[in-house]
Ligand binder design. Structure first.
Ligand code: SF4
Length: 372
């Protein structure tokens, strides 16, 4: 085994002599040496191994609002990284150079979980995010990084499509503090034709997160003109969210740009995002946001009780901030759901690539302070 190849646990032998990976609903059944759909898990002997442990496509400090998470340590910097591969096949993938990469050996940077955790700490990041591609497929590495981070008081964030089977899901989320889950559409047909997957397992993940875990999570719905942006679909989705997950799960409606295999569609008009936000609010979602467009009104947070502005945002930059240290509206005292620890950070909208071991910047603003 190479250094980046490690044993995994979620698989079983099938009657026809293949080995089935049980991490996600794709349930790849593999012959010797064959790789799964995600490319990074493969059969080696009578077992499934992960081939990208300790490997990354690069590291960057982002604002946490870019994940997007608007109710989780606002204004703080997050050390972000991904690996390669993905277990969905979205035709509109906005990170397809990473998710469809077959060149991890030449693209990858190498870092142990301890190196990532100590870099995050030295750089003043409050959290580490598994992003750019889905951590489901490199869960063993992600969990070890999360554990190393927790030892240093740094939280772990998963940016994921939620396409995961029940057993691995329960194991994975024990290590995770917050997640942004992509709900890519609300019809089985869209998931089948455009994402090469299924909707139901994603909804199961969301219900699991709400009912069984303390993970703070927010949803992202990328709206593609003519594909998943009808009033009926947005209405059905946001009704389901309000009924099954409750009114406090934030929903981000974000703009699509033509990419990968979907170059034939236009950019999402800002009005579509505003329309989706209106529908969501009408269906009882308390925190609905627009994203990837200039819309300070649609990106700011308002108290659900008194309606007052509590966090002003322009893209990822925070303006007025009217919450107490533990997230209560200073006007009426209503608690705003989320994870709030002290004053907001001041990271702003910067995106800063970093080399592990050679920190390019040290941040010591209020975002890294923790309550006693
Ligand atoms: S994680 Fe990868 S190998 Fe496993 S079932 Fe999913 S796509 Fe297949």
């Amino acid at each position: 085994m190479s250094r980046s190849t490690v044993a995994t646990r979620h698989w079983h032998l099938t009657e026809d002599g293949r080995v089935q990976c049980d991490v996600c609903p794709r349930a790849c059944r593999l012959h010797e040496g064959q790789r799964g759909f995600c490319f990074v898990r493969m059969r080696q002997g009578d077992a499934i191994v992960l081939t990208t442990y300790g490997r990354s496509s690069g590291y960057c400090i982002d604002p946490i609002e870019k994940k997007p998470l608007n109710h989780f340590l606002p204004g703080s910097p997050v050390l972000s990284f991904g690996t390669a591969g993905c277990n969905l096949g979205c035709r509109f993938c906005q990170n397809w150079d990473i998710s469809k990469s077959r060149e991890i050996d030449t693209l990858a940077h190498e870092a142990s979980p301890q190196a990532i955790a100590s870099a995050a700490s030295e750089l003043g990041c409050r959290s580490v995010a598994f992003t750019y591609n889905d951590p489901v497929i490199f869960m063993e590495y992600a969990m070890d990084v999360a554990d190393a981070c927790r030892e240093r008081g740094i939280k772990a964030v998963a940016v994921t499509a939620g396409y995961m089977s029940a057993g691995p899901r329960a194991e994975f989320y024990r290590h995770i503090d917050a997640a942004n889950v992509d709900l890519k559409g609300f019809t089985g047909d869209f998931y089948h034709r455009v994402c090469l997957g299924r909707l139901d397992p994603v909804l199961e993940t969301l219900e699991y997160l709400k009912a069984e875990t303390g993970v703070w999570f927010e949803l992202t719905n990328l709206l593609i003109p003519g594909a998943n942006d009808s009033d009926a679909e947005i209405d059905a989705m946001t009704r389901w969210v309000a009924e099954r997950l409750g009114p406090d799960v934030p929903v981000h409606f974000t703009a699509f740009h033509p990419d990968f295999k979907m170059l034939d569609r236009p950019h999402t008009p800002p009005e579509t995002l505003a329309r989706a936000r209106r529908i969501a609010l009408g269906n009882g979602i308390r925190y609905a946001y627009t994203g990837n467009v200039h819309d300070p009104a649609g990106q700011s947070t308002y108290c659900h009780r008194c309606g007052g502005l509590v966090i002003e945002r322009d893209w990822y930059r925070l303006g007025a901030y009217r919450l107490t240290g533990d997230g209560q509206c200073v006007t009426c005292g209503a608690p705003v759901p989320g994870v709030f620890e002290g004053p907001p950070g001041t990271w702003g909208r910067r995106r800063l690539p970093v080399q592990l071991g050679r920190p390019a910047v040290r941040y010591s603003g209020p975002g890294r302070d923790r309550r006693p």
